[in-house]
Design a protein around this ligand. Structure first.
Ligand code: BES
Ligand code: MN
Ligand code: MN
Length: 478
């Protein structure tokens, strides 16, 4: 029976290319199976695959197993868990014809911690559907998004319309920096021979304003420790004479931006590639409402680097943010203490031209240089990642744009994303492959925040768009 279907493939593909037939093969299959597609995603969302917290190690591994069996059920061959120094990568493939292009699907099955739990309207790992959205940690980032690819693959496989070879790389450490994935790529270069990486782990402008992500920011992440006296002291007996490391840390952090919100670290902007006036004008054409933005976030105003718009602040400009700060007494009531230590976690988003190792070095040197001699400062680098920009004149970008046009009825707008996916730069360096970032989330999906959600519209629209990508990509690569 299987052989019989195989021999029919050219015929099926012929009919598939006929305009209306190709649409209805996809939409009919989705219509017939959408309940199950949603149920399966819900099962996946129930497993708390938090990679940052070792308490969840067994759950992260359980998620890898679940992804493995879902890939098998969808019809992938050679499905296996590939070991890394950390959590495994789920592999699966379907090689239909060596002369066809090979698409490598990247995604991540790990999720961010769900804290603070008390701010969730329903428990993060007990998914609920409300107003057309699935609420759960990982719904949009990235379980709901990578799982669209598993279901689109199932659709193409079952309807005999797969137009390219496919290989999956679903990893479990993206949310902690993918440190083990670089060495993994080096080791698995041969296995991951292909033509392009396809990723859904970003957002689009709005459900009626489709967009494709053509850039990601890089990241330099550090933790700083400021030490004053060798022990916590009475703030009345010693305060005023001995440096309070929290006071000092706050002064140091405050000095990292000037009155124009420029970052003051010497050399920080030296290699930043500025956009031309034309490029900035083009960017400004994308729809954006400052009023709605402020209303959504309940802020009276925005605050960003002088001379740039909020869209630019969150895409083409580098930033420095304190992600956490602690020290001293934070329990109930008051304790008059002059603490011995103060800490902060600081991240810098980087743009093309900036190298994360160099920026970490510049930060470290500067931060130590501004410390008064009354404290000791340590800077500990965490993970980092390089920024990326992807060209729009390639077969993969064109195929993605055509696919979005097919599914949304509108040309997508190219836009630079503000977040980071550290492995994307390495796909190019190690595998020599460009990435297509075709994400279907929305900025309002609250990824990394309480009440993360993913629209069922977005989930099903993604499943619909992906098969169009394969068909256009195969055509354009001929
Ligand atoms: N999917 C996000 C990245 C993203 C989100 C890019 C929205 C563009 C738009 C990814 O899972 C993520 O959160 N990355 C981390 C980096 C990592 C090193 C923890 C980030 O951007 O903070
Ligand atoms: Mn993600
Ligand atoms: Mn994330």
């Amino acid at each position: 029976m299987l052989c019989f279907i195989r021999t029919l493939r050219p015929l099926t593909i012929y009919y598939y290319y006929k305009k209306d037939t190709k649409m209805s093969i996809i939409t009919d299959y989705i219509e017939d199976n959408k309940g199950r597609f949603i149920d399966e995603l819900i099962e996946l969302l129930k497993i708390p695959s938090v990679s940052a917290d070792s308490k969840y190690n067994a759950d992260v591994l359980r998620t890898a197993d679940a992804v493995k069996s879902y890939l098998e059920q969808a019809g992938a061959d050679k499905v296996e868990l590939l070991q890394t120094e950390g959590f495994p990568v789920v592999y699966g493939e379907k090689i239909i014809d060596a002369s066809l292009p090979t698409v490598i699907v990247y995604g991540h099955y790990d999720v961010q911690p769900a804290d603070p739990l008390n701010l969730w309207n329903s428990p993060p790992f007990e998914p609920v559907i409300k107003d057309g959205n699935i609420y759960a940690r990982g719904a949009a980032d990235d379980k709901g998004q990578f799982y669209m690819h598993v279901k689109a693959f199932e659709l193409m496989n079952r309807t005999n319309t797969l137009a390219c070879n496919i290989k999956f790389m679903i990893e479990g450490e993206e949310e902690v920096g993918s440190a083990n994935l670089g060495p993994f790529l080096e080791k698995n270069k041969d296995r991951y021979k292909g033509d392009v990486i396809l990723i859904s782990d970003t957002s689009m402008i709005a459900n009626d304003v489709p967009s494709l992500t053509v850039g990601l920011r890089g990241l330099s992440y550090v933790e700083v420790e400021v030490t004053g006296p060798n022990v916590d002291l009475h703030s009345g007996v010693y305060g005023g004479a001995v440096a309070n490391p929290i006071n000092v840390l706050c002064t140091m952090i405050a000095s990292l931006h000037d009155e124009n919100r420029h970052i003051t670290i010497p050399g920080f902007y030296d290699n930043v590639i500025e956009l031309t006036a034309e490029e900035r004008a083009k960017m400004a054409e994308a729809p954006f409402s400052l009023d709605e933005y402020k209303k959504d976030l309940e802020v009276n105003d925005v605050l960003g680097e002088k001379g740039y718009s909020p869209v630019e602040h969150t895409s083409i400009r580098p930033t420095l943010d304190v992600n956490g700060i602690w020290g001293g007494y934070i329990g109930e009531g008051a304790k008059t203490v002059l603490p011995s230590k103060a800490y902060a976690k600081i991240s810098m988003r980087l743009v093309p031209g900036q190298d994360p190792d160099e920026i970490t070095e510049l930060f470290s040197k500067h931060f130590k240089s501004i410390a008064p001699s009354s404290v000791k400062v340590e800077v500990r680098p965490h993970h980092g990642g390089k920024p990326v920009v992807t060209p729009t004149d390639t077969p993969e970008y064109k195929a993605a744009a055509l696919a979005m046009k097919d599914a949304f009825g509108k040309d997508p707008i190219p836009q630079r994303g503000g977040g980071s996916i550290p492995i994307v730069a390495l796909f190019e360096e190690v595998l020599g492959l460009k990435s297509v970032m075709m994400g279907f989330g929305l900025d309002s999906d609250a990824i990394h925040s309480p009440n993360e959600k993913y629209g069922i519209f977005n989930y099903l629209k993604g499943i619909e768009t992906i098969p169009h990508f394969y068909r256009h990509y195969a055509e354009l690569k001929k």
